[in-house]
Design a protein around this ligand. Structure first.
Ligand code: HEC
Ligand code: HEC
Length: 350
């Protein structure tokens, strides 16, 4: 009997080793796409990257004239010095800086998202970019008006001509901003260096946390693949907070009952930089997030079956946090400057 057990565990061990070497084995849940270094960004065929386009996109990203009162830019809520987010539980936008219902997610690594927004209502960065400009609670501007304003600025007219061979267009604005966003890639985190063979890149605690992440804590079930997301939507029972009594999340897009209260699994890369956490910024720190999961998540009729009490010890909870800290990378593809201090001159009348 004993011999059978030993033989069995020996063979399992060998199988694990072979799979690990082939990069297929992911902890105790081999079925999920393995975590690991990021692949290169995929560039859509209809919006190739060029240096001039990225430079134009960057100028637009930081330009408050894309908003109704010429005050709010993309960088107001996705600020490079605040992890390309805003550090607030929920965004402040619109002419009266009103609190919205959702937390501003980071723009770091959005090039890897299969869906944009917490409820995934946009698929591509191009599709996403024109949303906030027109949203009455964000930049409250019309596309016609933005095009008119920018068409009055010779530097923009010249840049659009160079990049797209046209005057200023909404389509060009979206494409240029998306091209810039595709350069905001953070990688080469201690975790990446560890996976590439530098065993000292992660502390012992972080290494234990990585095993827990893929084992006992079951995080890998949803936070998997190189960007730590399955690009799917789940209800984990985050309590309501802020101006919305209830946020139905993905349901607003699909109208499927099963999507009620489900939100996109966010990336965990650079997670130390982008708190507060969750779609409504409910948790100020990672400590509270791990406590939440450890206790079996929140209360919701529609809660995912994969969320249940974990029985992690205090040590295990801090190991898990150490592992998440090791996911903070550095900007690898471009160097950026914070909001430019001088903008092309605003023409009289705007
Ligand atoms: C007033 C604050 C605010 C401004 C200004 C703003 N955003 Fe956002 N952004 C948000 C919030 C909040 C969300 C999440 C909304 C949701 O999920 O419904 C978001 C979502 C996004 C996402 C999706 C990220 C993801 O992981 O799902 C991208 C990309 C993005 N914004 C880029 C931009 C760009 C480009 C601009 C400028 C044209 C911009 N934002 C302006 C607050 C803002
Ligand atoms: C059933 C799928 C699922 C599992 C399992 C899961 N998560 Fe999540 N995670 C999500 C979803 C979905 C969200 C966003 C929920 C929301 O905002 O309502 C999220 C949000 C988070 C956030 C906040 C990210 C941000 O940018 O705000 C962190 C941190 C996190 N999870 C860590 C973990 C850890 C650690 C584990 C394991 C203990 C884990 N998750 C297990 C699906 C999951």
């Amino acid at each position: 009997m004993n011999r059978i057990r030993i033989a069995k565990s020996f063979f399992c061990g060998v199988a694990r080793l072979v799979l690990t070497i082939q990069g297929i084995y992911a902890g105790d849940f081999p079925l999920f796409p393995p975590i690991g270094p990021l692949p290169p960004v995929t560039i859509p065929a209809d919006n190739p990257q060029t240096e001039a386009k990225v430079a134009l996109g960057k100028q637009l990203y930081f330009d408050p004239r894309l908003s109704g009162n010429n005050w709010i830019s993309c960088a107001t809520c996705h600020n490079p010095v605040l992890g390309f987010a805003d550090g607030l539980p929920r965004m402040l936008g619109g002419p009266a800086s009103k609190e919205g219902g959702r937390h501003s997610p980071t723009v770091m690594n959005t090039a890897y998202n299969e869906f944009q927004f917490w409820d995934g209502r946009a698929a591509t960065l191009e599709e996403q970019a024109l949303g906030p400009i027109q949203n009455p609670n964000e930049m409250f501007e019309t596309l016609d008006n933005v095009v008119r304003k920018l068409s009055g600025i010779p530097e923009y007219v010249k840049a659009f001509q160079e990049v797209f061979g046209t005057g200023v267009t909404a389509d060009g604005i979206a494409k240029a901003i998306a091209a810039f966003e595709r350069t905001i890639v953070f990688a080469n985190a201690p975790f990446d260096r560890y996976m590439q063979g530098d065993v000292h890149a992660m502390s012992e605690s972080a290494r234990r946390g990585m095993d827990l992440f893929q084992g006992k804590a079951e995080c890998i079930k949803c936070h998997n693949g190189p960007n730590f997301t399955d690009n799917k939507f789940h209800n984990i029972g985050v309590p309501a907070d802020g101006p919305l009594k209830e946020d139905l999340g993905r349901y607003n897009v699909t109208r499927n009952e099963s999507d009620k209260g489900a939100f996109k699994t966010p990336t965990l890369r650079n997670i130390t930089e982008t708190g507060p956490y969750m779609h409504n910024g409910f948790f100020p720190t990672l400590f509270e997030v791990v406590q939440f999961y450890n206790g079996g998540g929140g209360r919701s009729e529609n809660k995912s079956a994969d969320i249940h009490a974990l029985n992690l010890t205090g040590q295990e909870a801090s190991d898990l946090i150490e592992f998440m800290k090791a996911l903070t990378g550095e900007l690898v593809q471009i160097t950026y400057q914070s909001a430019p201090l001088t903008f092309p001159r605003v023409p009289v009348g705007f």
